[in-house]
Design a protein around this ligand. Structure first.
Ligand code: ADP
Ligand code: MG
Length: 335
């Protein structure tokens, strides 16, 4: 059997079951965006790590060093956001080919540091080694959150409203232009590419939402809503109704594909790398939470569906009030 036969998540669950140990009280391990470790002062450390591989996650011909440094940290901070944690610091490990360009690496450091300064997330250490092929970047981020926060992918309950913190699909549409360098790029295409290269980490939004006891589950959208929501459903033992016509898309994406709802749905569901938060909230308190959220952040929580009882492997898709078939599929490593 090859890894492509079991996929990324099949591999992770095999690994987790073979390496299973009883965790100390309060420690949360594999399964959420961050591991959680109780801190001596009663708060909780949130820790996460992400890997970026040249040729898989980025092409050096299509991304500046500055954007790569920014994005490498941004996708890690996004996992802290999903845990509602405040960044404390980061470790950066790099495998570099011997001909890696030092100007590119300086610019990488500047992009990394710009975002690190914005979120008070200093570089605390790392490791550097030779790569025989391409640049490999691993970042580990450490954050801290209040001790009473319980938000987790495993806490969704039937009746919860499923919502997202922003427009979906721009990044995936931008990536398509990056992967087809001959495709003509107008200003809208360039703006979509920018959205792919420069995701926003929803740290403040995540901190606010995690503190609200009516927010049950939270995760960040890295692979695409259609695939990511399954992690919440599996861990919570529930199903979900998702309303395609409620998926928020940006004016940019609408400008490009507004005459084709199925294209908009495709990017919003499967585009990936939007790094918005996917949140499930007690329905009785959703409206009040959304008023408070909009006051603070100037944008809304977009309700896109509901958690329901049912098969955790299954998402019910609805369009204009009627059940419909799912379309397309999201990014899968190894398949
Ligand atoms: P994210 O997209 O938020 O980075 P993933 O979907 O990659 O999270 O991973 C899901 C869970 O599996 C996380 O809890 C992550 O820490 C864990 N995980 C992924 N790969 C490994 C691995 N090689 N060893 C241990 N845990 C892993
Ligand atoms: Mg994540």
């Amino acid at each position: 059997m090859k890894i492509k036969d079991i996929g990324e998540f099949g591999f992770i669950s095999r690994l987790a079951s073979r390496c299973h140990q009883t965790l100390p009280e309060g420690v949360v391990g594999i399964g959420d965006d961050c591991a959680i470790i109780p801190a001596p002062d009663g708060r909780q450390y949130a820790i996460s790590t992400d890997l970026l591989v040249e040729g898989v996650h980025f092409l050096t011909s299509e991304i500046s060093g500055n954007d790569l440094g920014y994005k490498a940290l941004a996708v890690n901070l996004s996992d802290l956001a999903a845990a509602g944690a405040e960044p404390c610091g980061a470790f950066l490990s790099m495998a570099l080919p011997e001909d890696a360009d030092v100007d590119f690496l300086d610019s990488f450091a500047d992009g990394f540091n710009g975002l690190a300064q914005q979120f008070h997330c200093p570089l605390l250490g790392g490791d550097t080694t030779l790569s025989k092929q391409g640049i490999i970047i691993n970042i580990c981020v450490i954050g801290i959150r209040d001790g009473n926060i319980t938000v987790s992918r495993a806490n969704s309950q039937p009746g919860d409203i499923v919502c997202v913190t922003g427009a979906l699909g721009d990044s995936g549409a931008g990536l398509e232009y990056i992967l087809a360098p001959d495709k003509e790029r107008d200003s809208t295409a360039n703006a979509l590419i920018r959205r792919h290269l420069h995701p926003t980490s929803r740290i403040e939004e995540g901190k606010f939402l995690a503190r609200c006891k009516y927010v049950h589950s939270m995760m960040d959208l890295s692979d695409g809503l259609a695939s990511d929501i399954k992690h919440i459903l599996e861990r919570s033992g529930v199903s979900a109704d998702i309303e395609l016509d409620k998926l928020p898309t940006s004016p940019l994406l609408q400008q490009k594909y507004g005459n084709s709802p199925s294209k908009l749905y495709h990017y919003a569901l499967h585009g990936g790398e939007d790094y918005e938060l996917l949140v499930t909230v007690d329905s009785k308190h959703f409206a009040d939470l959304n008023v408070e959220y909009q006051k603070r952040f100037g944008t809304a929580l977009y309700a896109v569906g509901r958690i329901v009882c049912g098969d955790p492997q299954h998402v019910n898709y609805i369009e204009n009030g009627f059940g419909t078939m799912p379309i397309g599929s999201s990014w899968e490593h190894f398949c």
